[in-house]
Design a protein around this ligand. Structure first.
Ligand SMILES: Nc1nc2c(c(=O)[nH]1)N[C@H]1C(S)=C(S)[C@@H](COP(=O)(O)O)O[C@H]1N2
Ligand SMILES: [Mo]
Length: 376
């Protein structure tokens, strides 16, 4: 018997130029919500406001039956329950996570997938035990190449049935900041963010941060799983592609003033206004944020506060003497590696790493005006 996989085996697709968001994209967007941008005010994102990206279903993991297995070409395999993991050395790191697909829906033509605008980001204090001592204990042979991380979630993607799996080169997996995390902001990780255990790789895009971690396999050949091939920059489906790794710099504004319900256009009363936001980069610390109110024609330097932690976002602010009129506001981050944000985004088929500068429509009204936003 052959099974009809119509509807599950569709290849990745790029929308027609005039094609609107489909019900399938809406379905993904409703499951995988973004950070409400006003939550950029918080140093640490309350977990319910952190963005979410889950390819398949959120698995129900029984904490009593849970075992983390370390296997592959290691000298001695390990099997650890949650108590054994929690009794190991404990370490916390503040980390900004961002989905590699953030910005996808702004590309033209639009790659059809989770249609993020700019909101696929969040910052948490992750607590767990460092991975590298565990790998050392299991024993890494000289020919070890990659470390493969497997999640408990299972699904089918473009016709390929799979567990969610991603690998890191041994060198990256051995970085001392890489954590097996069991707490998010001081509480057990909520189900949607990987309970009871997830991988945290500071500086890397979201796809590397494997949730519901159940297996770690050290392998002697380069790992070439589905999610390794999926998360690549390519122009054509057949291109070998460049694997995504670290987060490109980005700055976002806390939306100024108050919003219009439908358009989310910001309305602001004239006068001095503190414009603020957050900026981050996985390559090097952010060293400058510039702000524009005229569609990027002129830029002013914002005041950048030191990030409380290397891997967490930094707060920036700028005082604007807002006068009556319509504006397009933008913020642009650059980092110490010389990377910055483009004003015209280079296109790629997966819609990845689009760190195009944000554009926020703002209407400044006089102190006595009532905002006369027209009903549709
Ligand atoms: N097991 C598993 N891990 C996963 C995923 C997944 O679908 N399954 N999604 C990845 C992607 S693409 C992102 S962007 C981040 C999102 O993490 P969050 O939902 O905690 O914000 O988790 C990553 N880890
Ligand atoms: Mo992602």
């Amino acid at each position: 018997m052959t099974t009809d996989l119509t509807g599950v085996s569709a290849p990745s697709r790029v929308a027609d130029l005039d094609e609107g968001i489909s019900v399938e994209e809406l379905q993904l967007a409703a499951r995988n919500h973004g950070l409400p941008l006003e939550a950029l005010r918080f140093d640490l994102t309350p977990p319910g406001l952190h963005y979410l990206l889950t390819h398949y279903d959120i698995p129900a993991v029984d904490p009593d039956a849970f075992r983390l297995v370390m296997d592959g070409v290691v000298d001695g395999p390990l099997s650890l329950d949650l108590d054994a993991i929690r009794s190991r050395p404990r370490r916390s790191t503040v980390v900004t996570l961002e989905c590699a697909g953030n910005g996808r829906a702004r590309l033209r033509p639009r790659p059809v997938s989770q249609p993020w605008l700019v909101e696929a980001v969040g910052t948490s204090r992750w607590t767990g035990t460092p991975l590298s001592p565990l790998l050392r204990e299991a024993g890494l042979p000289d020919d070890a190449v990659d470390v493969v991380f497997t999640g408990a979630d299972h699904g089918i993607e473009r016709g390929v049935e799979q567990d969610y799996q991603r690998s890191l080169p041994v060198r990256e997996a051995m970085r001392e900041e890489v954590l097996l995390a069991y707490e998010m902001n001081g509480a057990p990780i909520p189900p949607q963010h990987g309970y009871p255990l997830r991988l945290v790789v500071p500086g890397w895009y979201g796809m590397a941060q494997v949730k519901w971690l159940t297996r770690i396999d050290v392998v002697a050949d380069p790992f070439d799983g589905f999610q390794m091939r999926a998360y690549c920059l390519r122009q054509q489906p057949e291109d070998p592609g460049t694997p995504l790794t670290r987060i490109e710099p980005r700055a976002l504004l806390v939306p100024p003033g108050f919003p219009d319900f439908m358009s989310r256009t910001r309305v602001l009363r004239a006068g001095p206004t503190i414009v603020e936001g957050r900026a981050w980069s996985g390559w090097a610390p952010v060293d400058a944020v510039d702000v524009s109110v005229d569609q990027g024609q002129t830029w002013s330097s914002a005041t950048l506060e030191p990030a409380p932690d290397r891997w967490g976002w930094a707060r920036w602010s700028w005082t604007w003497e807002a006068t009556v009129g319509n504006y397009t506001m933008s913020a642009r981050a650059s980092d110490a590696s010389g990377r910055s944000q483009p004003v015209d985004a280079p296109w790629n088929r997966g819609g990845f790493a689009n760190n195009l500068v944000q554009r926020v429509a703002v209407t400044v009204i006089s102190l006595s005006d009532l905002a006369g936003i027209e009903e549709p």
